[in-house]
Ligand binder design. Structure first.
Ligand code: DGJ
Length: 777
């Protein structure tokens, strides 16, 4: 709800309030952002109490010796009038100066969201407040949008700069959000990494000066995800004050946190000023992407819950909004480029038998693409691999009872391709320079209308002709040498590319809303809210090792819900790390996301296939909770444990993934904590987990509750009976006991085995299911 009293604006969501006011000189002073305030709260109490002038400052106006912009909490701020902190803008004004001074002009309250012409944004808001500022000397206007999403406790912000004068306005920097907060001894948390190590959580104290979280690769990048958090010093997963920020944008982003000498913490986020230079001619405007913010007093989990519901309700759209996502099998790690129709059909038939719902054909089906050296850009179906064409192949897949998905990398081109031979100008290159290559490919110039047309036509035609249900939209190289002949000012390239990309995506998929789009960029190199406006799920990482996925999915879970994370079970040893892990742990990790399998099923034993069929059946039974339930990172008191929980909306069913990293000798008892259940008595069970006897080698002779003769027949016995169920557990407990944590059976310690001992070793895990038996009255 938006309320305006005198010169003060108040924005309320279910649990938060955000207040600012117009100062006597027309600037917007930030008053408060945090837990919801009582209705009678007055702006005067929250305003800064400036009682003496500060030394070494510049006065904004000599009529007020206490009014110095550098020491104010501001909603926006300019260069040149005494605020020496980072300004959200760097504008070369029509008179050639860098000084701007935007002050209050008017405001307007609108119902719902206001869409952005050139960019995607969140939808279905409650209300939007637009405060218009005007530069004191020029006819240049700045609209600040504050949009309220009450139920999810999110407020978004963005800016639109309009040149109503008659000279050119040059923009070198314009943020979507600038906000000054009082320091709470903040920690800054970011998601950083790179290929196969995306979204690792890092934190550092906010110190005096500036810390930047940004990307310059042309995409939102796995180096530094655009989302970040500020947490009061002693916030935990469940307690304390945490702010979350994100940006609805897929290109070069930039966020900063700047702590001033007066302990004011400035937060900004927006398009990266790196290589950015935009001219606004008279009569034109520039729209920034939308910045997202939330505040929670319920620790990191509370902040995540707000962000998760916001994404599920206000970012993801189309037919797939809040819909259960299919269990898929992707052929990439099974075949790479080495397949033909028969191999694929064999894999698909096996997949169907195990319960898979969607078969995804990855890279290599088109053009002369037998490796990553050629063919990108040529989306004609390779007749050697598919003699009857794609449509006939898709029909065969559908006849098996599977839906069908296809991989594309439409933004890229190999120099060894028909497209490049006929249209070398489609690639982003600089005349006279040898192009910088990545994965043997160049970027297509999406600033060019004819390139966008080519992609929309080619991809669209095949989707319709072949009857495709799912698309994996890949993007496998960072940009370099950004430039396009479409405009003279090359400072516009990176942003115009992203506008072009969004146009292409909305033309292709807006017209085909039934298609499930999974975006990918060498894994999670473009995991951001901009892409999520088009693709309900994102391939989180090329790393399918569950132990690495615990880090990646934990990191992502701070700002993105499980329904957005593509997560696959692959073979062991793992292709990226060579680590050996149990099949159960690979599943237990992947099922806290959109489950898929990515391995050659024909290499599996009968027992492993049965295991997978049971995994898929279990996933389908609990899919709604695993994809859309309330996700918790449960505190652990041991550094070798990771615990995730998904809770049903009615809080009567919880699924807990209990993961061990490296085992330790004589491990002390573990505890199972299940948070936030509705009051009552619960039955708790673990999902039966197979232990494959082969993995125990010679230890079989001593370890297991099996009668094995020492005459060499032991391995014959293993063939006949390859796996046992490990430590079936079942308890009855109240929600209160579970919230505190109940003891689990002892782990194996080298001193003997019986069926009540948990045999985890390194990377063992369990999935617990808690269900309400009797509600408390
Ligand atoms: C990178 C993706 O992340 C992989 O999953 C796979 O699709 C390859 N590209 C195909 O080239």
């Amino acid at each position: 709800m938006i309320t305006i009293k005198g010169n003060a604006f108040r924005l309320d969501t279910g649990n938060t309030s955000y207040l600012f006011k117009i100062t006597s000189f027309g600037h917007l002073e930030h008053l408060y952002y945090g837990a919801r305030l009582a209705g009678y709260e007055a702006a005067s109490g929250l305003s800064q109490k400036r009682t003496v002038p500060m030394g070494c400052t510049i006065l904004y106006d000599s009529s007020d010796e206490l009014y110095c912009l550098d020491n104010l909490y501001l909603e926006w701020s300019d260069i040149g009038r005494g605020d020496y902190r980072q300004s959200p803008t760097e504008l070369k004004m029509p008179d050639g100066n860098f000084t701007s001074d935007f002050v209050y002009y008017s405001h307007n309250v609108l119902s719902g969201s206001v869409s952005i012409k050139s960019l995607p944004c969140a939808y279905n808001a409650d209300q939007t407040l637009v405060v218009t500022l005007k530069d004191k000397c020029h006819n240049i206007f700045l609209d600040l949008y504050f949009t309220v999403f009450e139920k999810t406790d999110v407020i978004t912000r963005r800016a639109v700069l309009t040149n109503k004068g008659d000279g050119l306005l040059s923009v070198r920097r314009i943020m979507s959000l600038s906000l000054d907060l009082p320091d709470e001894d903040f920690r800054l948390l970011t998601l950083d990494g790179g290929w196969i190590k995306e979204a690792h959580l890092h934190e550092r104290p906010v110190q005096y000066g500036i810390t930047v979280n940004s990307s310059t690769t042309g995409n939102s990048s796995s180096r530094h995800n655009p989302g970040f958090m500020l947490a009061e010093a002693d916030a935990t997963q469940d307690t304390g004050h945490v702010y979350g920020f994100n940006l609805v944008y897929s290109g070069n982003h930039y966020s900063l946190v700047e702590k001033s000498g007066r302990d004011i913490v400035r937060v900004q986020t927006g398009i990266n000023p790196h290589c950015f230079d935009w001219n606004i001619s008279p009569g034109e405007c520039f729209e920034t992407p939308e910045a997202v913010m939330t505040s929670s007093e319920r620790g990191f989990n509370g902040m995540s819950h707000n962000m998760h519901s916001f994404i599920n309700e206000h970012i993801v759209r189309s037919h797939w909004k809040n819909r259960e996502r299919p269990v898929l099998l992707n052929n990439w790690e099974a075949h790479f480029f080495d397949f033909d129709e028969n191999r694929l059909l064999e894999l698909a038939a096996d997949a169907k038998n195990l319960g898979v719902e969607l078969f995804v054909l990855d890279d290599g089906w088109f053009g002369e693409r037998s490796s990553d050296k050629s063919g990108l850009g040529d989306y004609w179906v390779n007749p050697k691999k598919f003699p009857g064409g794609m449509k006939a192949f898709v029909q065969k897949i559908k006849a098996l009872g599977l839906n069908f998905g296809l991989w594309f990398e439409p933004e890229m081109i190999n120099p060894d391709s028909d497209l490049y031979r006929s249209h070398p100008e489609y690639a982003v290159t600089i005349y006279g320079r040898t192009p910088a290559m990545g994965r043997n490919q160049l970027v297509l110039d999406l600033c060019r209308p004819e390139v966008r047309e080519y992609i929309v036509k080619n991809v669209g035609a095949l989707l319709d002709e072949a009857g495709i249900d799912y698309v994996k939209w890949d993007m496998n190289r960072n940009m370099a040498e950004g430039c396009s002949p479409v405009f003279n000012n090359q400072g516009e390239f990176y942003h115009r590319y992203i506008i072009g990309l969004y146009e292409v995506l909305s033309r292709i998929f807006g017209a085909r809303p039934h298609i499930l789009l999974e975006s990918c960029s060498s894994g999670g190199n473009r995991f951001d809210l901009g892409m999520l406006c088009f693709s309900p799920q994102v391939w989180s990482s090329d790393d399918t090792d569950p132990v690495e996925r615990l880090k990646i999915q934990t990191g992502l879970s701070y700002l993105y819900p499980p329904s957005t994370m593509g997560a696959h079970v692959s073979q062991s040893p793992n292709q990226q790390t060579l680590r050996r892990t149990p099949l159960s742990t690979r599943f237990n990790t992947a099922c806290f996301g959109c489950l898929g399998y990515e391995l050659d099923l024909k290499r599996l034993s009968q027992e492993e296939k049965e295991d997978i069929a049971e995994q898929i059946a279990f996933y389908k039974q609990y899919r709604k909770i695993l994809q859309y339930g309330t996700f918790y990172r449960i505190k652990t008191y041991k550094s070798n444990k990771v615990v995730w929980q998904s809770l049903s909306q009615d809080r009567t069913t919880a699924l807990t993934g209990f993961f061990q990293l490296l085992s330790t000798a004589a491990e002390s008892d573990d505890k199972l904590i299940i948070a936030d259940l509705k009051a009552g008595l619960y039955s708790v069970k673990n999902r039966p987990r197979r232990l494959y006897l082969k993995s125990f080698g010679e230890l079989l002779m001593h370890l297991l509750p099996k009668e094995h003769k020492s005459d060499g027949s032991v391995f014959g016995a293993v063939e006949a009976d390859p796996a046992i169920a490990d430590c079936i557990q079942e308890f009855e407990c109240s929600n209160r006991a579970l919230a505190k944590g109940i003891p689990l059976p002892t782990q194996f310690s080298g001193s003997g085995y019986n069926e009540n001992v948990r045999l985890y070793g390194d990377f063992g895990s369990d999935m617990y299911i808690a269900r309400l038996k009797n509600a408390e009255t």
